[in-house]
Ligand binder design. Structure first.
Ligand code: NAG
Length: 336
């Protein structure tokens, strides 16, 4: 017996260590760069590590950022985006896709690339028809180097024609064919679909019909009943409406990764205070491993938007999604 307890304690330490670091937790942060006053990439990466965040999403293959991650000595898991403007070329030119991998992935062998996102919110949009071929060319280039990295795309929630109740979730008619093909590619390869989902925008545009606690994820009561499923928060309802839309293109088994969610701390009066943003983001982080009513066993890997307030985005709420000010002080406190 004397040996068992210390052993269990050690095991517990190892387990809790693996949950709170690098590849354990299902929560990451978006590191955006649309600002002229941010700390250096090395300082930003240190800050992320100091918060025990093991997953980072970046929007473009920025070599200064990649070097900082590579040189940090921490095995972060990274979702890396391609520039939207590069998607048509990635789709039409296999050499361009190969070169993209050779330039932005191969040199960074100390980074655990988790997924490449072909564009951000270009579905819906006029580049949507290039996404499948771009994913295919990048996937082939990665395979030719024996690299085991997921390839996907990040869709906006406005891709849905219907999302309420969640079981009615359905892609817009113009995009159904594209989503059927993309979902087929993703499920054949075991890759997830990346989704940007912001309960804030739904709430702020319709506050008289959406209870604040339902949007903020702190309702203790069921707010929406959908058949036998009970919803206490809008985040789950949004994710489940996309699962429902995927079922309607025969891809109900796909994993969804929420590539962006968050709440602005300023820019829209009473709807955007540090306290509301803190409430939402803390509940989001706590909730990430819980699954949704439709898929209770399936944790939804989630990336908070964003690391910093970004002063070159559109004035108003868009500049105020950050967890941190550019001087690295907290806008409000979140435990990861
Ligand atoms: C939810 O959080 C908000 C903001 O912090 C707070 O004002 C409200 O009282 C909370 N609601 C519940 C039901 O706890």
């Amino acid at each position: 017996m004397g040996l068992v307890l210390p052993f269990l304690n050690l095991l517990f330490l190892l387990i809790s260590h693996s949950i709170s670091h690098a590849d354990g937790g299902a929560v990451g942060v978006n590191y955006g760069l649309i600002a002229n006053n941010l700390p250096s990439p090395a300082e930003a990466i240190n800050l992320i590590n100091s918060k025990n965040i093991g997953r980072i999403r970046i929007f473009s293959p920025d070599h200064n950022v990649l070097n900082a991650i590579q040189n940090s000595g921490i095995l972060f898991q990274v979702i890396i985006g391609t520039f939207n403007d590069d998607v048509p070329k990635l789709a039409s030119d296999t050499n361009f896709a190969k070169n993209w991998v050779e330039t932005n992935i191969i040199p960074y062998n100390a980074i655990k690339f988790h997924c490449i996102s072909v564009g951000n919110e270009i579905i819906p949009g006029n580049l949507a028809s290039s996404v499948l071929a771009a994913m295919g060319n990048l996937n082939a280039a990665l395979k030719s180097y024996n690299l085991n990295i997921q390839v996907s795309t990040t869709v906006g929630f406005d891709l849905l024609a219907s999302s309420f109740p969640p079981s009615s979730g359905d892609f817009k008619g113009d995009y159904k064919g594209i989503m059927q093909e993309i979902s087929g590619f993703l499920s054949n390869n075991g890759f997830p679909l990346l989704l940007n989902a912001y309960p804030y925008f739904a709430y702020a545009s319709n506050p008289s019909n959406i209870p604040a606690s339902y949007a903020l994820m702190n309702s203790t009561e069921t707010v929406v009943r959908d058949g036998s499923l009970e919803y206490k928060n809008l985040f789950d309802a949004m994710v489940d409406s996309v699962y429902s839309a995927l079922e309607k293109v025969s891809a109900g088994g796909l994993d969804i990764v929420v590539a962006e969610s968050g709440w602005p701390s300023n820019g829209n009066g009473e709807f955007t205070t540090p306290s509301l943003a803190q409430t939402y983001n803390q509940n989001l982080v706590r909730h990430a491993n819980s699954g949704t009513p439709k898929n209770p066993g399936k944790s939804v890997e989630t990336y908070v938007f964003a690391l910093f307030n970004e002063n070159q985005k559109t004035p108003g709420v868009e500049q105020n999604f950050g967890l941190f000010n550019p001087d690295m002080s907290e806008v409000y406190h979140i435990d990861f």
